[in-house]
Design a binder for this molecule. Structure first.
Ligand code: SF4
Length: 422
């Protein structure tokens, strides 16, 4: 009987891609996916170590699997936690797991897995049931943002070649590609002999699949050409990695920009494409964040009305520049600021959702009764509820009839009946 595997994925979309590639490798090795963790001969926990909370969740998950398994089941820990704290966790989990391995796990369940590293970027992955997929175009990052430990364990940026990315996209037979990387717009800057850049890549992928979405754009990398390519595509969605808007605080974060520049970028995009959608993230409570900085962020949100926004409490990461900074913001104050920002943003998102009622849009049916338009990135934004009769993987024109919190409800557009909506 075939040996079976279960992969538990924690963390961000980039980790999901690694898990799919790991699954592809295990399938090629002759294993099959288990229906549940209790049926598996091998359990792989693909961990996240982005912040303290993610590390705790990862360790708890490893313990849960370690305790539930029978003695002939192997448990392997991989992902960011394994990469970042490999030696420490190998030692502290030595009685609970069979291996702790960096990115890529050459797994053999007949003997202890080798703890070696290989590059997951270019491994094959199985076909997906969903009509969309994340495609990782680079690994690592060359920036030095004050709060971020990623470059210290993921290393310098390594971009995949356009041919490899193209091959992966074609092998998956998709309607939507979501390009991901730590610093997406810097794709290919590490390939000094290549004249290509992110604009060329997006144009190329746009030829292969109807929808191309880009996640995590560092604002200074958003050139006029890149803005135009995205704004003129069927997916005018801008995921801007802003982190804050106060200039002094951004300098302490070792990042570019300020609220005025960001507002300028957003306005230029909206001039080009009024239905463009924006997402961003902000860190709350970075060392030295003053009441004035916080107020500036509030005013920025009120003025720019970004569609989707995430707010994260600052997490002190070992080995980062921010760890050395004074001006720690008390936890209670961070919570209060998070609540205020969250309440404000909830109102903005609700208003944005209400404003969609009556509008007509093209959606991709991603599963039975569930669709997304250009306004919703998979797994992070809202969804659109549509009639269950619509074919998964097809594009349909719908009319939004109702807002249900962050989600919307739509009916199929009938040009005869709904002609007045035009
Ligand atoms: S660009 Fe992103 S991954 Fe790179 S250092 Fe900054 S926060 Fe970290």
């Amino acid at each position: 009987m075939k040996k079976s595997f279960w992969i538990e994925t924690l963390g961000c979309p980039k980790n999901k891609v690694d898990s799919e590639k790991l699954a592809g490798t295990l399938l090629v090795d002759g294993m099959s996916p288990a229906d549940s963790p209790s049926d598996a001969n091998l359990i792989v926990v693909n961990t996240c170590s982005f912040v303290e909370q993610a590390r705790e969740e990862s360790i708890e998950t490893v313990f849960e699997y370690s305790q539930m398994r029978s003695k002939d089941v192997q448990v392997v820990v991989t992902g960011c936690l394994a990469e970042r704290y490999g030696e420490e966790i190998s030692h502290s989990l030595r009685d609970d797991v069979d291996a702790v391995a960096g990115f890529g796990v050459p797994v053999s369940i007949s003997s202890k897995p080798d703890v070696s590293k290989f590059d997951l970027l270019n491994l094959p992955r199985p076909k997906r049931e969903e009509p969309w997929a994340y495609i990782k175009i680079a690994e690592g990052c060359d920036r030095l943002c004050g709060f971020c430990a990623i470059p210290s364990f993921r290393g310098r940026q390594r971009s995949r070649s356009i041919a490899d990315i193209r091959e992966e996209v074609l092998s998956l037979d998709l309607q939507e590609v979501v390009l991901v990387a730590q610093d997406l717009a810097s794709w290919a800057r590490d390939q000094h002999d290549s004249p290509l850049g992110i604009v060329d890549l997006v144009k190329e992928i746009n030829q292969l699949v109807p929808w191309v979405r880009l996640l995590y754009l560092y604002p200074s990398s958003l050139t006029g050409e890149l803005v135009e390519v995205i704004a003129n595509s069927p997916v005018p969605y801008f995921d801007l990695s802003l982190q804050h808007v106060s200039a002094p605080l951004l300098r302490k974060m070792r990042r570019w920009g300020d609220g005025e520049r960001f507002t300028g970028i957003i306005n230029r995009i909206r001039d080009l494409r009024p239905d463009a959608t924006f997402r961003t993230n902000f860190i709350v409570g970075y060392p030295g964040e003053t009441e004035a900085d916080h107020d500036e962020l509030i005013r920025f949100l009120e003025k720019n009305e970004i569609d989707w926004c995430g707010f994260f409490p600052y997490s002190k990461e070992p080995g980062t520049y921010a760890e050395t900074l004074d001006g720690e913001v008390p936890d209670a104050l961070v919570m209060e600021r998070l609540r205020e920002l969250g309440d404000l943003q909830d109102g903005i998102t609700e208003k944005k959702q209400d404003s969609q009622i009556g509008s007509r849009m093209s959606v991709l049916i991603e599963s039975k009764g569930i669709a997304r338009s250009h306004r919703e990135a998979p797994e992070i934004d809202g969804l659109i509820h549509v009639p269950g009769s619509l074919k998964v993987g097809s594009f349909e024109t719908v009319v939004i009839r109702e807002a249900l919190g962050v989600d919307l409800k739509a009916e199929v557009h009938d040009s005869d009946y709904w002609g007045s909506d035009d």
